[in-house]
Design a protein around this ligand. Structure first.
Ligand code: FAD
Length: 291
């Protein structure tokens, strides 16, 4: 199916894009990689009258590491995140996640800002930015504001962005020494999207107890969430096999599981616990190896 007719505008700056969004309100949509927006427009699930193409804005593209802060421009593609050497050294979780998104075409066009703003319940990066406790930077007519990742995903396809805001940057603090990370995903065989995906970060102390654990879960419910019950069950304890197993069993707490053509709620619940256990085992092993 073809989309309904729309006007196309190419933004010359972030300010121009914001002014356009402000003028046209809900009738206008930003276009980044187009790999989520255009499919839903073709299905006529979205019918914006105006598309504002921000794809040419170089200021929103690229990865910088300033001291302990990693800054990723919203227009940075999944492919760039997958292949950036400095990022792999500073935060291997992000390339690990990017590598399992869709296929090569999707990774070449899709952007991290687009995937976060779209807030698809089955997208991969939401789990990672939650586990990394990232800060998302948005700019609108009233200036710039920062949004903790934990406050960003509000529900099905709903992010905490105002209609006139552009997501400009994702900021992440470089994880401390003795941190292991892992992303485990059960991919839908047709699309590659996450039936369930779990990102885990575990930081060990000198005595090998868990100083901090952060877990983000995607695909399970209407939006990605932090698994706080699992985190609390691990913190301050030695993450041996039994502790990991018992903590992972709490991964379903507070999640209202999706039940759809891809997987039943019961199946998603079992997979969530299993992948959480696997993500924690891998993250702990990597933290120990990083000694
Ligand atoms: P667009 O499609 O251009 O935009 C998406 C939405 O975000 C639109 O509403 C747009 O207005 C808004 N938006 C875009 N940029 C901004 C911004 N900077 N500020 C505010 N709003 C913005 N994703 C996965 O996570 N895992 C997968 O396995 C996966 N498989 C896929 C397989 C296929 C076949 C396809 C087509 C897509 C797949 N995707 C998958 C989705 C892909 O990662 C998309 O590229 C991504 O979700 C959206 O990024 P985009 O740059 O294409 O955004």
């Amino acid at each position: 199916m073809n989309p309904v007719p729309f006007d196309y505008h190419r933004a010359g700056s972030v300010e121009e894009a914001i002014a356009f969004l402000r003028e046209h309100g809900e009738g206008a949509k930003l276009l980044a990689g187009g790999h989520s927006l255009l499919p839903i427009m073709k299905l006529r699930l979205a019918q914006p009258a105006h598309l504002v193409d921000i794809g040419g804005l170089a200021s929103l593209r690229g990865i910088r590491i300033d001291g302990d802060t990693i800054r990723i421009g919203a227009l940075t593609t999944h492919h760039t995140i997958e292949t950036d050497e400095a990022l792999r050294r500073a935060c291997p979780l992000l390339p690990e996640v990017a590598r399992v998104i869709g296929d090569r075409q999707v990774r070449n066009r899709g952007t991290i800002g687009g995937t976060l703003a779209h807030a698809d319940p089955a997208a991969d990066f939401p789990a990672a930015v939650l586990a990394l406790d990232a800060t998302l930077v948005a700019r609108g007519a009233d200036g710039e504001r920062t949004i903790p990742a934990g406050d960003f995903f509000l529900g099905f396809l709903t992010a905490a962005l105002n209609p006139d805001e552009v997501l400009t940057e994702i900021r992440i603090s470089t994880p401390p020494a003795r941190t292991g990370m892992s992303y485990q995903k059960l991919a839908n065989q047709a699309s590659g999207y996450a039936t369930v995906g779990v990102a885990a970060l575990v930081t060990l102390g000198e005595d090998d107890t868990c100083r901090q654990a952060c877990i983000g879960i995607t695909g399970a419910g209407a939006n990605a969430v932090r698994a706080t019950a699992v985190e609390e069950a691990l913190t301050g304890r030695r993450p041996d096999e039994a502790t990991i197993r018992d903590a992972a069993a709490l991964a379903d707490e507070g999640i209202e599981f999706l039940d759809d053509i891809h997987a039943s709620a019961d199946y998603r619940q079992q997979v969530t616990r299993g992948l959480t256990r696997r993500a924690l085992q891998t993250a702990v092993a990597r933290a120990r190896d990083s000694r």
